[in-house]
Design a protein. Structure first.
Length: 119
């Protein structure tokens, strides 16, 4: 069970209107200027926007895979260790992070986790 960084990037690239900004230490992902994720290649971890309840549930269930990153504006961000998660679960979390940030008109044609994995 592990997801490579290149596979994570393919998931994000399959999302409508997803963009990215690179810095020296991380890449930030957004949809129409609203951040939904981060990638830290050095540690093979990603940060994903989630609901507060999902953040708490993930961390409580598998603290070796998920960490609390921060909370902001009613959302709970989680750090995900890519070496401890499978592609199915990561696809669902990435899609949810994007959905929480996407504009209404993008949600009409909401991709599925399975369609992301095909990318």
């Amino acid at each position: 069970m592990a997801v490579e960084i290149t596979r994570f990037l393919r998931l994000v690239d399959a999302l409508p209107d997803a963009g990215h900004e690179e810095s020296d230490r991380y890449t930030a992902f957004s949809v129409h200027g609203k951040k939904f994720g981060y990638l830290w290649p050095r540690t093979a971890t990603v940060g994903l926007k989630q609901t507060l309840s999902e953040q708490l549930a993930l961390v409580a269930e598998r603290p070796e895979v998920f960490e609390v990153q921060f909370t902001a504006g009613g959302f709970g961000w989680v750090v995900v260790h890519l070496d401890g998660i499978d592609l199915d679960e990561l696809s669902e979390l990435v899609l949810e992070a994007w959905r929480l940030s996407a504009a209404e008109h993008l949600l009409a044609d909401l991709p599925t986790p399975a369609s992301l994995m095909e990318a």
